[in-house]
Design a protein around this ligand. Structure first.
Ligand SMILES: Nc1ncnc2c1ncn2[C@@H]1O[C@H](COP(=O)(O)OP(=O)(O)OP(=O)(O)O)[C@@H](O)[C@H]1O
Length: 262
């Protein structure tokens, strides 16, 4: 028997009402994300990638169709603490230490002091930041801050991790390293990850499934299943013929999606 998808969208639509009229941000989205998948969303600016992630996290309300998370509504899943969310900017509070930032969601959820300490130590070590808990964000590099932000999202061991261009602002070397670490972390924890990116190599390197979107209104143009091995991948896999073929398909998909505009 196959398990039900962790995330299931059927005919999902979202239209924003603005002062200048309505914006059809998502149109007829059908998508299944299974447990343990790493799914990237790629597409031109404004195609609805962030909006879709926000719908999953119950931060936006669709105006049509259905969306379930673990078989229940996104709102109920949020109450069941099913998500961790990592934003583009690390978004750490400057007046709190790294440990203080990571522990914030645990404080809010009423974990005991001992549980907080234990979880903070565990997640800081998962993102390779052991020993940095007492530092303040400004004492860490951009890459380390982003790792701390991932640790915060992991703090309460949510089953689903939603990441909105988490590495977009980092230089390529740091980004490569964090991509590699993220894959290791994902394989070690078997989380389900939804990841927004503008980078084709990043999407191909990380994902088991790549969702290519097209704009106005935001639709899924194509879903590409990766043939690369599931689990940690060496960075030089990006030079392999298989990788380049998938990257080519994504690029062609993006191009074809853009053609709707013409
Ligand atoms: N709260 C809102 N009110 C009105 N329109 C919105 C709102 N949020 C998003 N939009 C519009 O919905 C569309 C999709 O936006 P979204 O941010 O999801 O795109 P995106 O693909 O994530 O873009 P980017 O790659 O630039 O981050 C855009 O046209 C955007 O202007």
């Amino acid at each position: 028997m196959t398990a039900a998808p962790v995330i299931q969208a059927r005919g999902l639509n979202l239209t924003f009402q603005t002062g200048d009229g309505s914006v059809h941000a998502l149109k007829d989205i059908d998508l299944d994300i299974e447990k343990g998948e790493f799914v990237s969303f790629i597409g031109p600016s404004g195609c609805g990638k962030t909006t879709f992630l926000r719908c999953i996290a119950a931060l936006e309300t669709p105006t049509g169709g259905s969306l379930t998370v673990n078989g229940i509504s996104p709102e109920e899943a949020r109450k069941a603490r099913s998500y961790g969310y990592v934003f583009q900017a690390a978004g750490l509070y400057p007046w709190r230490t790294i440990a203080g930032n990571v522990k914030l969601p645990l404080e809010i959820m009423g974990y005991s002091k001992a549980q907080q300490e234990e979880r903070v130590e565990k997640v800081l070590s998962l993102v390779d930041l052991e020993g940095f808990g007492k530092k303040f964000p400004w004492q860490l590099s951009g890459g380390m801050q982003q790792r701390a932000s991932i640790a915060r999202a992991l703090a309460f061991d949510a089953e689903i991790l939603l990441m909105d261009e988490p590495f977009g602002a980092l230089d390529e070397i740091v980004r490569d390293k964090l991509n590699e670490e993220l894959l290791k972390l994902w394989s070690a924890t078997n989380k389900t990850i939804g990841f927004v990116t503008h980078s084709i190599p990043e999407a191909v390197y990380l994902s088991t499934k790549i969702v290519v979107m097209s704009p106005r209104p935001g639709r899924i143009h194509e879903v590409i299943e990766s043939t690369l091995p599931k689990g940690p991948r060496p960075l030089d896999i990006r030079d392999s013929e298989e990788f380049l073929q998938i990257a080519h398909r994504v690029r062609e998909g993006l191009r074809a999606g853009h053609a709707y505009d013409e």
